[in-house]
Design a protein around this ligand. Structure first.
Ligand code: SAM
Length: 280
């Protein structure tokens, strides 16, 4: 079978199984099998595929149709213009998380640019926030924590591949972290356990539950982040936390009188996504 036919047949199978973006997915899977860029498929669409290549494509189609997220199959996801390695021990970085990066850059840019801002990212996962901030603010001292040793392994690999200087530590929220910081940032697990059935199958069955589900209730980890930040932030320092849909008001209510609450950042659909407060 030649490339053109393989892409057509894979697209049809994906469509029949209601996989979204079927044509693009088929092309990305075949390009992955052949270790080439997607454009190669157009330039060589009459190239004959070997039996081994067709079998490898078949295996990947089986996984994708079975619900494995495309990012885990390809082993990468783009975040803030860079590719991060991902595997099932880390959450696949989401576009809405880029708002945390944007907001830190904006605050840092308008604060008279502390020459070497100190930043800690809690629950770093793939390292997408910490690594991006370390690269966008090259003078920053960036620390990142996670409870998952497997996630830290992925994050360290991303920092090294992207040549970002980040110090990683295995920690429960901010426990055991010392020093003073300008920014505490986090995209913590915030889905309630009883909401599991409302998650997409791909998320529920393939993304790490430690990255998705809040341990006790959905506010507990935010309480710990805020009280930890009170000990770690320099005066005028900021905390920025991603929140689940509809959680922004209850999380904003957790800040005591020594915090100045700043405007919550909303995504393009107007959904509040990033709660921000300044430590007085
Ligand atoms: C929603 S994911 C975010 C990952 C990454 N920062 C991102 O935005 O894509 C939450 C991360 O928090 C970690 N985590 C869960 N509970 C934690 C805890 N108590 N302390 C530190 N990290 C925790 C998980 O392992 C996971 O990597």
């Amino acid at each position: 079978m030649i490339i053109r036919e393989a892409v057509r047949s894979a697209t049809e199978r994906l469509e029949r199984h209601y996989v979204s973006n079927s044509r693009l997915t088929a092309e990305l899977l075949l390009a992955h099998v052949l270790s080439v860029r997607r454009e190669y498929l157009y330039a060589h669409d009459d190239r004959l595929l070997t039996e081994a290549e067709l079998q490898a494509l078949e295996d990947l189609l089986y996984d994708r149709i079975g619900g494995v997220p495309l990012q885990y199959i390809l082993g990468r996801q783009e975040f803030y213009g860079r590719y991060f390695r991902v595997n099932p021990s880390v959450l696949i970085p989401r576009p809405e998380t880029e708002y945390i990066v944007e907001a830190v850059l904006q605050i840092w840019g308008t604060r008279g640019q502390t020459p070497r801002p100190r930043i800690v990212d809690v629950g770093t996962g793939s390292g997408c926030i910490a690594v991006t901030l370390a690269l966008e603010i090259s003078t920053a001292d960036v620390f990142a924590s996670d409870v998952s040793v497997e996630a830290l392994h992925v994050a360290r690999g991303n920092a090294s591949a992207l040549e970002a200087n980040v110090q990683f530590v295995c920690a429960d929220v901010l426990d055991g972290i010392s020093g003073k910081f300008d920014f505490v940032v986090s995209n913590p697990p915030y889905v309630r356990r009883d909401e599991i059935s409302r998650l997409q199958r791909e998320v529920r069955e393939h993304e790490p539950h430690v990255a998705l589900f809040s341990p006790e209730n959905e506010l507990s980890i935010y309480r710990r982040l805020i009280s930890g930040a009170e000990n770690l932030l320099l005066p005028g320092g900021h905390i920025l936390m991603e929140v689940g849909i509809g959680m922004d008001k209850s999380i904003s209510a957790l800040f005591g009188s020594r915090w100045e609450k700043l405007a919550t950042k909303s995504d393009l659909q107007g959904i509040p996504r990033t709660v921000i407060a300044k430590w007085q």
